[in-house]
Every structure is written in C-alpha cells, then in structure tokens.
Ligand binder design. Sequence first.
Ligand SMILES: Nc1ncnc2c1ncn2[C@@H]1O[C@H](COP(=O)(O)OP(=O)(O)OP(=O)(O)O)[C@@H](O)[C@H]1O
Ligand SMILES: [Mg+2]
Length: 371
Amino acid sequence: MQSPVTINGHDLVLLVNAALEANYSDVRKVGSKLAAQSAKADLEIGQLIKTSLQKRGVPLRTSGYSESLPTDPKSRAPLVEEQPWPVTPIFLEEKIKNVFDSFLSDIKHHEKLAKHGLAGKSNLLMSGPPGTGKTLVAGHIAAQLGLPLYIVRLDSLVSSLLGDTAKNIRGVFDYVPKMGGVLFLDEFDAIAKVRDDKHELGELKRVVNTLIQAIDALDDRAILIAATNHSELLDRAIWRRFPYRMNFALPSNDLKKHLWDHFLFKGKGIELNLTLLSRLSKSLSGADIESISMAARRDAIKKDSEVDVSLAAMAAIEFETQNSEGNGDEWHGKSNKQATNYLHEKFGLSHIEISKVLNISRQTVSGYLRG
Ligand SMILES: Nc1ncnc2c1ncn2[C@@H]1O[C@H](COP(=O)(O)OP(=O)(O)OP(=O)(O)O)[C@@H](O)[C@H]1O
Ligand SMILES: [Mg+2]
C-alpha cells in the first residue's frame, strides 16, 4: 500500500492562493518543497510533482496576471517571459562546470557568507558562439535553485521608441527581483546596438547608465544572468559588474563525444562511433550535433531500423565543409575513391572509419588509399 503524504497546513494555504493568483514562483517554491517531502513517503508522488513543476504555466495573459508584466509602451509586447525549466541534461567543459558549481553554491550559502561579509552579487555573464548551451545553462541554474526563470530579450527592449529603452530597463529590473526569480538577459549585446544610426550617442550613454544603475540597485539576493554572442561589444563598465563569467567555445573532442552519445545514441554509443563522429565535427556546436542526431533518429524510426551512423557522419561532413569552405562543393559529387582520399587527408580518418562512413569494405578502402 502507498504511504499517505502529509502536507503542512500553511503550505497548503499558500499553494491554493498562489494557484488562484497564477503566481508561478510561489507555486514552484511550495511545489518543490512538497515534492521533496512527499518523495520520502512515496517516491512516485514526489516524481509526479517534480514533473508537473516543469510544465510551463498557463500564459499569464489569459490568466489576467499579465497586467503586472512590464510591456513595451509602443508595441505593448511583454518584455519578460517566463521559461519552463529544461528537461534535457547539460554537458559542460570542466572550467565552465566549476563556475556553474561555485555560482550555485555561493547562492545557496548566501546567508552564511553574508554573516562574514563575504556575500557578493550573484551576477553571471556568459559569452560564446551560438548553440553552445548558454540559454540551457540559465535554465539549469533556475531549476537547481527551484526558482522561475524570467527571460528578457534585450533586442525587444531596445527596438522600442527612442527614449523608451531606459524606461523598459527600469520596468524589468523593478519587476523580476520582486517576483523572486532568476532574471536572464538574453542577447545582451543588443544594448550596444543602440549605437546604430537611429539612436544618437547620448541615447546610448543614457541606456548604458540606466542599465548600470539598475544592476547596482539590485538587491543582494537578486540573481542576474546575461548571455551574449559578442562580448567584445559590451562596455567595460558593464563587464565589471559580473563577478561570475563563463566563456563558451565550440565543444572539445571529449564533450562532442558526450553530445553525440546523448543525442544520437541515447547514452548507448560505442567508442568507435563516438570518436569517428567527434572527428567529423570540428566546427559544430552542441545545437548542430543535436539537429543532425534528431534527423538521423527520425530516419531510423521511419525505416524501423537502427540509427545509421553513416547518415549522421555524412550530415556532419556536409556541415563541416559548408562551414569551412563556404558551400560544400569540394565534398559533393566525389567518387568513393576521391571521398576516401578526402576523408583520410582532411579528417585523418582510419580505414575502418572511412569504411563506416562510406558503407564500403575495408579492403576497398585500403585499395583506394594504396592507389
Ligand atoms: N553543452 C550542451 N549540453 C547539452 N545540450 C546542448 C549543449 N549545447 C547545446 N546543446 C543543445 O543545443 C540547444 C541550443 O542550445 P542553447 O539555446 O543553450 O544555445 P545558446 O548558447 O544559448 O545559443 P544562442 O547564442 O544562439 O542563444 C540546447 O537546447 C541543447 O539541446
Ligand atoms: Mg541562447
């Protein structure tokens, strides 16, 4: 028989009120506590609550709750959106993982650190190429802290009427910390784009100053994360306000193997295939590896067959040659013999790897290479 799950009366009252007010931060806060407590009596119920907490709430607009969401005065578009917690794992290079861990641990020990005058601002700046996992990291941080993630697209803040940008920034910075969530500023470099022709230099200064003031005015407990593809466009004064930094790069060979293993083989890949695919994906991001993998898996499902490594490898080569050579021409239309030589020279593939990619025997590969 299942054990009954007990709920503290105050939590129940809080939960009912939060639900009726569509106050997702409180629903998640109480929900996370209940999930942990329930799991002790009944693991399955605990899991079910956790799964429910990962759902996106009803759009705030339909719940009537949107009244309080800051919007752009001209377009009336919301400047802040709540994102659900991610359900996929994240794979990080060691250096970034260390920052990730210490950021979380410093936040969790904030009070203790504050007592010794050692609590700093919880501001994290992530920079790096597209598709390397920055947004995913923000989601994982919010999930680990059990807090809602409020995402602000800086480009929508900035594209408003002249003069409204500063007002928009204040609106967002006033709103989110009050809600007790993680404030995530995506496309952070958009701030720098105020430099564009339609805005004059005075406007840029005003915007950057407003932003700096808003960051400085944040309560010590506020959690601010920003992400950019172009860190070089950011003002130095802004940089200084982020004590935690993560510089993303395209994944290393080792990380690529983890990504291929997870996305293509669901964690059951063999070393030979993982090494092969990681060799073929020098300039691919995690998002590229994911999209190639999904296509190969869809293909396998449709054909009722195993995942075709050769198909994924071909797609990776296609990406790779397009990235480095422009249009992939030097790869297309090659005979097997030419392709064998190309894979050997450009990617340093072994005989067995080439035979896998081209679906030809190892003897044939050896013959071609000898020739
Ligand atoms: N390191 C990683 N670990 C796990 N998944 C990853 C990783 N990098 C990328 N992905 C996959 O690619 C998707 C896109 O990544 P994400 O949106 O986090 O990239 P980003 O760095 O924010 O890119 P952009 O700069 O374009 O916003 C993720 O949802 C995930 O599925
Ligand atoms: Mg992103």
